[in-house]
Design a protein around this ligand. Structure first.
Ligand code: ASP
Length: 579
């Protein structure tokens, strides 16, 4: 006995007159008095079953019991539909199965939501994820995800990379997030950290003589969950020995193009444009700019140096955006709120109405020269930020991104894939006030910056690069330090004593001291990449079993408490938070 001999979505005109057996789920049942119609769905698509009580009384009796999502097996003859019954929207729409035998294989309780219902609460979808999987959206997304991952693997193999497994349970790896820790029964009081990335292990592979490593690696980071962030996620993680920076970028560009091609899409043109960090920060106020629209930040520091408007004259940096919309007062008040969230003290503006009349509380302080410099075309608004450079970048960058979305400025048909290069090596850690790494502490300085590591860390640039797509950071990488002494000097700049750096990374320092080749690599977030390819706004839509923003899994109810004996065995006491 076979369950089925044809996919429900595969039945075509050429099968007319043949007998076939189909099996799948009940998408819909319509009882037309005499005839009963059932849309039967399996992974290949949908077929219409017709049950005629006169021809098949037993099948009709079963059909009366059928409800949505019952699993059925139907045997019968494929017949052509009458011309007026043809459904041009279905590949199987010219035919139907005239059922002789209908078996209910499995029943379903009433459904918590219907599969064709719109805007179903996400927690409910995740709680009943197996039902959600049956929707067109999830079927499409997970299949697309598979196609992309398969194409990435193919491309990596074609480019000569080998897949090397690295441990999940390890020692803290500094990728800028908190570690998830795993207690160890055999050594109570000691913990593994779940790998935030395979970073150090892949470097050890290079030192060990493997010159092209890759892995679709699961990484764990204890961070707040967001639309583009989960506790656990996958990366295309790779590393090359003896590479130039261009070699690494080239590998990634080939992977991206292979994925587009595997999906039958027009691939982005290579090479992807390259920008320096300083350039994108000045022009777009972010290190992940969306270049599907212009609206660049412009500088007004010089022209406002002797402005009668004191806020401008006294600010270290004055920059502005010209937005193609004449905002109302209410809209400007809302934008000011947003600017304040990004750190602005206020939001100065000039509105140029349809006739080119300027409306602004500050225009009376501005000279002709200043007004002319801002170039406010009719029906536009000039938004200013006057502050320290970092604040100005953050505020105008935040406003540009927000307004780009709000005013739908991006050309949706365009793709903006780009590289950001030459990041600073260090930044100040806001909590400790100490220098910390911008990418991770294994990133090499840009040639010319090595001498600044300890003398002027803030001015040192690095060989760190990011890949950005439509305003999302797809991934990061760098050329690494392959000199043990240089690595130790970076740890020192970050305020680590020799003891601390040996305790944390002694094994890496030892490895770097035993013949380390120049090496570098990259990691690309698979879920972000797939979500963008799928046109989904949220990575949860392409992750089979994600967590919600509270950090819980609505499906299993995890995380849960563990029995007291298990905690005792691990040597752990839980301190209950007082209400
Ligand atoms: N380990 C880095 C990360 O996970 C990527 C890299 O530098 O290769 O972001």
């Amino acid at each position: 006995m076979t369950w089925r001999d044809l996919g429900a979505g595969e039945v075509r005109k050429e099968h007319v007159g043949e007998r076939h057996t189909l099996a799948g789920w009940t998408a819909r049942r319509r009882d037309h008095g005499g005839l009963i119609f059932i849309d039967l769905r399996d992974a290949s698509g949908i077929s219409q079953l017709v049950i005629n009580p006169e021809r098949a009384p037993d099948a009709a009796a079963s059909a009366h019991e059928v409800r949505n999502e019952f699993v059925l097996q139907a045997e019968g003859e494929v017949v052509a539909r009458a011309p007026e019954a043809v459904n041009p929207n279905l590949p199987t729409g010219e035919v139907e199965l005239q059922v002789d035998r209908l078996e209910i294989i499995s029943r379903s309780t009433p459904l918590p939501f219907q599969l064709d219902e719109e805007n179903v609460d996400e927690t409910l979808r995740l709680r009943y994820r197996w039902l959600d999987f049956r929707t067109d959206r999830m079927q499409r997304n997970l299949r697309l995800s598979h196609t992309v991952v398969a194409s990435i693997r193919r491309s990596m193999e074609e480019q000569g990379f080998i897949d090397i497994w690295t441990p999940s349970m390890t020692k803290g790896t500094p990728e800028g997030a908190r570690d998830f820790v795993v207690p160890v029964r055999l050594q109570p009081g000691r913990f593994f950290a779940l790998a935030q990335s395979p970073q150090v292990f892949k470097q050890l592979c290079m030192i060990g003589g493997f010159d092209r490593y890759y892995q679709i690696a699961t990484c764990w980071r204890d961070e707040d969950l967001r639309a583009d962030r989960q506790f656990e996620f996958r990366q295309l993680d790779l590393e090359l020995a003896f590479p130039t920076r261009e070699d690494v970028l080239d590998v990634l560009e080939q992977v991206v193009v292979a994925s587009f091609t595997a999906l039958g899409r027009e691939a982005p043109r290579r090479p992807f444009p390259r920008f320096s960090y300083a350039d994108v920060m000045a022009r777009y106020g972010t290190d992940k700019p969306d270049l599907r629209f212009g609206m660049e930040i412009q500088d007004a520091t010089e022209v406002t140096r002797s402005s009668e408007f004191g806020v401008f004259a006294n600010a270290p940096v004055v920059r502005y955006l010209v937005v193609p919309a004449a905002f109302s007062r209410a809209e400007l008040a809302r934008l000011e709120e947003i600017a304040k969230e990004w750190g602005a003290k206020g939001l100065a503006y000039l509105v140029s109405d349809e006739e080119g009349q300027i409306r602004s509380p500050i225009s009376k302080f501005l000279s002709e020269k200043e007004l002319a410099a801002f170039g406010a075309e009719p029906a536009s608004t000039v938004l200013f930020a006057a502050d320290e450079e970092a604040t100005v970048e953050r505020v105008l960058g935040g406003l540009r991104t927000h307004l780009g979305r709000e005013l739908k400025l991006a050309d949706e048909a365009a793709q903006s894939l780009l590289w950001v290069l030459d990041f600073p090596l260090f930044k100040i850690d806001e909590d400790s006030g100490r220098w910390t790494f911008m990418h991770h502490p294994f990133t090499a300085a840009l040639p010319g910056s090595e001498g600044l590591l300890e003398s002027d860390p803030g001015a040192a640039l690095s060989q760190h690069y990011d890949l950005v797509w439509n305003g999302w950071e797809l991934g990061s990488g760098s050329i690494r330090i392959h000199d043990s002494l240089l690595q130790a000097s970076v740890f020192r700049t970050m305020g680590m004593s020799e003891e601390e750096s040996r305790a944390k990374f002694g094994y890496l320092l030892d490895a770097l001291a035993m013949g380390a080749p120049p090496h570098g690599g990259f990691a690309m977030g698979i879920e972000r990449f797939v979500a963008l390819l799928a046109g989904e706004p949220n990575i949860r839509e392409i992750i089979p079993f994600p967590k919600v923003s509270s950090g819980s899994d609505p499906l299993t109810g995890a995380p849960t408490e563990v029995p007291a004996e298990q905690l005792a065995e691990l040597g752990i006491a839980v301190v209950k938070e007082k209400d």
